[in-house]
Write a protein that binds this ligand. Sequence first.
Ligand code: PDD
Length: 287
Amino acid sequence: MGRIAYINGRYLPQNQATVHIEDRGYNFADGVYEVIAVHNGALVDEEPHIVRLRRSLNELKIDWPVTENAFRFLMREIIRRNGLREGMIYLQITRGVAPRDHAFPKDSQSSLMMTTRRSKPFNADEIAKGVRVITIPDIRWKRNDIKSISLLGNVLGKQQAREAGAYEAWMFDENGDVTEGTSSNAWIVSKEGELVTRQLSNAILSGITRLTVLKLAEEKGIKFVERAFSIEETQSAKEAFLTSTTSFVKPIVQIDDKQVADGKAGPLCRALLDRYGSYMDEDISSP
Ligand code: PDD
């Protein structure tokens, strides 16, 4: 069965779903997006994703293309029409179609599209094998808290990682502190044994997986601190890992040329990975 996409009120085979050449998403990357995991045919962490989407839209003064209730229905419908069990929804809202002019158009209707993608079911042992990251300067704009489709800095960073044979690139700011990965949040367990991830600010995206992992750590009685950490500090870290909707909780076994600890997934990361797997089984939005 071919994939079905939703675009501005219509469900179409994905290869026939197209947008207008004057859509501001296409001309200016004037839009926002979300990636939401689907597990057992249901959305994972639906509510926080909607809260973040609402915030991104508000920050950019883009109107909801449909009511929030209709939006929730459409997400379920795209899952149903694609028979999706394991994978994700990608959705994008742009400021809509208007003759090209940088300033906001007076009365454009925002555009909404949704697609789905299948993936292999969550497999903790597979994920626990770990990945390598490289470190690069963060060259992005100053509003990385908005989940905007303007991702050129992230695209260039991920390409650098790919060319270096690494899974991800950790970006660092002018102080040499890690901001985040190009499509994930960054974590370490410091040499003192504390779980660390950078505090929320305009420098990073408030990852939903990050929030959930913090919640799960708290429930498990694992102490954590939200603060910046430097590239230098990662060199002596006991553990390092990344989180995102599509990578879950993924151990990092090498940063640039330096192996992290013994080069295997650390115990804290493994515990959080396993707990995240069971959380996805429990925290399922109503179908
Ligand atoms: N990326 N930081 C950045 C820059 C991201 O693009 C992402 C997500 C995250 C993690 O956020 P979350 O836990 O909500 O997925 C952090 C998505 C998956 C993407 O662009 O494909």
